[in-house]
Design a protein around this ligand. Structure first.
Ligand code: DP6
Length: 325
């Protein structure tokens, strides 16, 4: 196959990945755990072009920026190295989520790109190796290869991949408070956190503890415990980010208002817990039977979307939206 198309969904971490122990291999300082969503997909086609001298990358119908194209080429260089190929590629990608607004478009983007590129270059990789490959594009992309709840292991290159875990059934309400591109990329902010936050060593050890507790809570099917860990851990990440020099603050006043509203709803018996990635948008987990009430309660804060657990990245048949095999 010299052309392949794949679709992947973003994931939202309940235990966050924030910091690398190896920037080149994208190995995290600690493991993380996320929910792959069933909304906001990225669909990507990779077509080999033997005559071309460079890769081409179009995103949402327009030529991508030179930075984005360089990142795609760097990723394809890794695929070419594995495949023993020198062919350049035309990459066409469409993103349903607003790019760069903290809705994990790099996760769905590199998960789709890894899956399509591996097929187009004729690599026969299992899901674990596809997760390791996607990780080289963007760390969080390793988790979008997996259906539903996924744990991404820290460790060396061979052992740092994501795999599925079972846990409580849940839904998520995504509150998009702002779709503007963020001022500081998560990659740069992560590096600044490691270099300048005095709390960073404690962040690493507390993330390891949060992940161990989260895995126990998932195994026990304990939604309350999953939720408490999720919210506490998210606010700890934002505390680290705010403690950088110069400081970075991703949460907007409306984001904080959503956290407060969720706490107030809990007091009234609607059990929900909030988290936010490197941006102002807030994702709130809830039990399935209270999901619609939560969505209705959060309407006033921005555009809200009720989502569930979705599938890991998959190849799709050409000119069709249906997953293959
Ligand atoms: C806050 O995976 O985008 O969403 O590996 O540098 O590409 P790079 O970073 P990326 O970071 C995601 C950070 C986060 C938390 C998470 O998804 O776990």
């Amino acid at each position: 196959m010299t052309t392949a198309t794949a679709r992947a969904f973003p994931n939202i971490a309940l235990v966050k990945y924030w910091g690398k122990q190896d920037e080149d291999l994208i190995l995290p300082v600690a493991g993380s755990l996320s929910l792959t969503l069933d909304a906001f997909p990225t669909t990507t086609t990779v077509a080999l072009d033997a005559g071309a001298r460079s890769d081409a990358f179009a995103l949402n119908g327009a030529e991508a920026s030179s930075d984005a194209t360089r990142r795609v080429t760097r990723f394809l260089d890794r695929v070419r190295e594995l495949a023993g190929s020198e062919a350049r590629a035309v990459v066409t990608s469409t993103n349903e989520a607003p790019t760069g607004a903290g809705l994990a478009s790099s996760a769905s983007g590199f998960a789709a790109l890894a899956t399509a590129a591996a097929a187009a270059y004729g690599l026969d990789l299992d899901r674990r190796d596809l997760s390791r490959l996607a990780r080289r594009g963007s760390g969080s992309a390793s988790r979008s290869l997996v259906d539903g709840l996924a744990v991404w292991h820290a460790g060396d290159d061979a052992h740092s991949y994501a795999e599925g875990v079972s846990g409580p059934d849940m839904r998520m309400v995504i509150v998009t408070v702002d779709t503007a591109q963020k001022a500081v990329s998560s990659r740069a902010a992560m590096r600044r956190s490691a270099l300048t936050s005095p709390f960073f060593p404690a962040w690493i050890s507390s993330t390891e503890e949060s992940l161990a507790a989260m895995l126990e809570a998932c195994a026990a099917d304990d939604f309350t415990r999953v939720g408490r860990i999720t919210e506490t851990h998210a606010l700890r990440m934002h505390a680290v980010i705010q403690s950088c020099d110069p400081p970075i603050r991703y949460l907007a006043p409306t984001s904080v208002a959503v956290f407060d509203a969720v706490a107030a709803l809990r007091d009234q018996g609607l059990e929900a817990y909030a988290t936010a990635d490197a941006g102002p948008n807030v994702a709130v987990i809830v039990r399935p039977d209270q999901a619609e009430d939560l969505r209705d309660a959060l309407q006033g804060f921005g555009s809200v979307r009720l989502v569930g657990a979705g599938a890991g990245a998959q190849l799709v048949a050409p000119d069709s939206a249906a997953p293959m095999g």
